[in-house]
Ligand binder design. Structure first.
Ligand code: SF4
Length: 362
């Protein structure tokens, strides 16, 4: 039976590749804006399977990588405060700030814990009533609902020693900025499956309708990506510019209404700085006034930092799709996953790390 399944998949892949070959024609550049897509493309060597005229480039799809240096220095400052337990997902531990990272702070005595969910962070707060537990909220729309639920729980149960430093970002405003960037030549987008499972396609429809940049909301298997590339080329051949859903087994056009509701209840749009890109209006999520007592930025009166980019790191250009990771002079020489210079090499979903791990050429 598994043999038959493998044969069926191979037949499907051949079918999509044949269609892509037929429709390839003039150059066509597609940007993926989800780190999981970046990894899947590199892991399955999909770039090498496509005709030369169909180019896949990576965009700002890794939430760790787009976190501005000033924000990293801000949470490092917070993590170094006495009586604070910093709860974070594991991918933030080695992200370098100007001088240190969470790992070095931990070695110096700071209490930094890796958690797998916000529920675990809440549990830490319940178990350590004399400490302040701060959860680092870094991620796109995909992870925001669970953080919102943790804040609602903390408020309802009056867990006063729990707070969140919200550095969350949302995808539609950065898409708009990319569409308006004259330096960036992108014809179409592989839209993020996990994010669209939450927000649906309405908030990104403007890309196709106002900017003529079609998109396909895509799943994470190699076949999903090949099918999405074929769908985008089909749109070009038929003179259409639409947002379509390839990942129908998970994504509904309206998204997850319950998740959208809870996000709106707890968070509000704020301007946010993106690494290498700059300040983008309404591209972040701040904690609403009703939850101010659980907002780490307010609770600890966190200062604003104005940190510089890491010298030599070209993460900003990588994130905007202006260069391939291999075009950074530090790539694989001075910057490796074991000794990362910038965040694009630290996060498993960072473009530089994906290129390094799967030895993808440009
Ligand atoms: Fe930055 Fe390293 Fe990527 Fe170069 S290879 S852009 S230094 S993360």
């Amino acid at each position: 039976m598994p043999m038959k399944r493998n044969n069926d998949l191979a037949v499907k892949a051949d079918g999509y590749l044949a269609e892509i070959q037929t429709l390839a024609g003039n150059p066509f550049t597609i940007m993926e804006i989800c780190g999981t897509h970046t990894v899947a493309i590199a892991k399955n060597a999909l770039r090498e399977l496509l005709p030369d005229t169909v180019r896949l480039i990576s965009g700002p799809g890794c939430p760790v990588c787009v976190t501005d240096n000033s924000d990293i220095d801000r949470f490092l400052y917070l993590a170094a405060q006495p009586n604070v337990i910093t709860a974070t997902f594991g991918d933030m531990i080695r992200v370098p700030g100007t001088e240190k990272n969470l790992q070095t702070l931990r070695a110096e005595g700071a209490d930094v814990r890796v958690v797998y969910s916000t529920q675990e962070a809440l549990k830490l707060a319940r178990e350590n009533p004399n400490k302040e537990v701060v959860f680092l909220g870094i991620g796109f729309e995909t992870t925001v609902p669970t953080v919102a639920v943790s804040l609602e729980t903390a408020k309802r149960e009056e867990i006063k020693n729990y707070s969140v430093l919200s550095l969350h970002k949302v995808v539609p405003p950065v898409l708009k900025l990319l569409a308006e960037d004259e330096k960036l030549v992108v014809d179409a987008f592989l839209d993020p499956g996990h994010v669209c499972a939450i927000i649906g396609i309405e908030p990104i429809r403007f890309m196709a309708e106002d900017y003529g940049k079609p998109g396909v909301v895509t799943g994470f298997e190699a076949l999903d990506i090949l099918e999405a590339v074929a769908m985008l080329l089909r749109q070009r051949a038929e003179g259409r510019s639409e947002i379509e859903i390839q990942y129908k087994r998970v994504v509904k056009a309206e998204g997850n209404l319950h998740a959208q509701e809870i996000i709106k209840k707890v968070f509000e749009p704020v301007d946010a700085s993106w690494r290498g890109i700059g300040l983008i209006p309404s591209s972040g999520l701040g904690i609403r006034e009703e939850f101010a007592a659980w907002d780490a930025a307010r609770k600890f009166s966190l200062p604003i930092f104005h940190s510089k980019e890491t010298p030599g790191c070209r993460c900003g250009e990588v994130l905007k799709g202006l260069i391939y990771p291999t075009q950074c002079p530090l790539f694989a020489r001075h910057c490796t996953p074991l000794k990362p210079v910038g965040p694009c090499m630290v996060s498993a979903e960072g473009s530089c790390a994906a290129y390094y791990r799967y030895a993808q050429g440009s």
